[in-house]
Design a protein around this ligand. Structure first.
Ligand SMILES: Nc1nc2c(ncn2[C@@H]2O[C@H](COP(=O)(O)OP(=O)(O)OP(=O)(O)O)[C@@H](O)[C@H]2O)c(=O)[nH]1
Ligand SMILES: [Mg+2]
Length: 385
């Protein structure tokens, strides 16, 4: 057997292992310390504006345990006596949970950092993704403890969509088991992108699938990176986003609110969600209520369809490439054969990644909700709050 045929056999063997071995899948390590409730340092701040919003959101009923910040821009949690942290409840039924979603690099962590005043959150500095785990940061807005859930984006550079969905699903399952409902979601899109890519469309589609159309009324769509484009361009792109890319989501009940990158503007957006009636996301209802496996949920099905499409495409490319390599080898064109071999190896690696994702989804199918939550807690990753 030639070296090339050997590698082709390797590809078919990987395929035959489907569903039995996950040795090729790579999962980036989670950092539980940053997300465990005991490590989420309490940082509380409240602006004059927030106090006015107390009226709108039942400020008369403020839990007395919530410390009031000394000034408008209290961004340093060390200003609040430690004894007061302890009095903040772990999870009170008046506490608010808001998820922030969007593509990698869309500014989710920056938004959460602005709204909570937390300066220790990991913000990306390059093209690669930064948030590879769920981070939770909290503050007080409108007299309520508000927790922001920072999620990794789909089509992330380090994590596959399957891994991202699994991570979000684990978090949501744990929240479901603790009766923690979301009050809203904020979806960020970078206005600096001059065209809406396939990546952006896919990300929004996944977002809708896991949220559920019936919950879109609790969603705020907004754009980041305003400072990166001219005022005329901003207006044009904002209108285009609303009339095209976001049109369906807006028609289904989501709202668009402009975010100018300032602390106050981030707080104003969050305050719009604080008074909502808390709800479960579609993914939580499907997994927690209907006991569906992740791959059978609407979001999971989307990923399964993509995996199937990618597998088919890889298979076709590999077959074509194998034929080409055999032909070139027969012609003894060593330089071209070597280049083709390199390309072929890269394709094999892509195929292996796709198959590993498929195995993850299949293995996930046999995991019960309880197992999912236990596994999450054993990892020390009970980042529910
Ligand atoms: N100019 C400008 N830069 C921004 C803005 N928001 C975020 N950034 C920058 O964009 C980069 C990505 O921001 P992050 O907040 O890490 O984005 P993210 O959505 O959390 O990214 P992931 O964690 O990778 O999914 C960082 O370098 C930020 O400083 C903004 O409004 N304007
Ligand atoms: Mg981030």
């Amino acid at each position: 057997m030639t070296k090339i045929e050997d590698e082709f056999t390797e590809f078919t063997m990987v395929e035959s292992l489907d569903g039995r071995d996950d040795s090729t899948s790579t999962v980036s390590p989670l950092t539980p310390e940053s997300t465990h409730p005991q490590h989420v340092q309490q940082q509380v701040n409240e602006t004059a504006d927030d106090q006015s919003s107390n009226l709108a959101y039942g400020g008369s009923d403020l839990p007395e345990i919530i410390p009031q910040a000394e000034d408008d821009e209290s961004t340093d949690y060390f200003k609040i006596p430690k004894s007061l942290y302890k009095k903040i409840p772990k999870w009170g039924n008046k506490d608010v949970l808001i998820a922030v979603m969007g593509m990698t690099g869309s500014g989710k962590t920056t938004f959460i950092s602005k709204v909570t005043g937390r300066t220790d959150l990991k913000i990306g500095h390059g093209l690669t993704s930064c948030t590879q785990e769920i981070q939770v940061a909290e503050t007080v807005l409108g007299g309520r403890v508000v927790r922001f859930v920072d999620t990794p984006g789909f089509s992330d550079t380090y994590l596959s969509d399957t891994e991202v969905l699994e991570m979000i699903a684990d978090y949501l399952a744990a929240a479901y088991s603790k009766d923690m409902r979301l009050s809203g979601l904020i979806y960020l899109h970078p206005i600096s992108e001059n065209r809406v890519t396939h990546h952006a469309t896919k990300n929004l589609e996944m977002f809708r699938k896991l949220t559920g159309n019936e919950n879109l009324k609790n969603v705020i769509l907004t754009a980041s990176m305003w400072d990166k484009v001219s005022p005329e361009e901003r207006e044009r792109r904002e209108t285009e986003l609303q009339n095209k890319f976001w049109k369906l989501t807006l028609m289904l009940g989501a709202k668009y609110i402009r975010y100018d990158g300032s602390v106050q503007s981030a707080k104003n957006i969050a305050l719009k969600l604080v008074g909502n009636t808390p709800f479960y996301l579609k993914l939580q209802e499907e997994m927690g209520g209907d006991h569906k496996a992740l791959r059978d949920t609407a979001a999971g099905k989307e990923i399964m369809a993509e995996i199937a499409q990618m597998k088919e495409q890889h298979q076709k490319e590999l077959t074509d490439m194998k034929e080409m390599m055999l032909r070139t080898a027969a012609e003894e064109n060593r330089v071209v054969t070597t280049a083709l071999e390199e390309h072929y190896k890269e394709m094999l690696r892509s195929m292996e990644r796709t198959l590993a994702d498929e195995r993850r989804m299949n293995e996930d199918a046999v995991k019960s909700l309880t197992e999912r939550i236990n596994a999450l807690e054993n990892k020390g990753f009970c980042a529910v709050m």
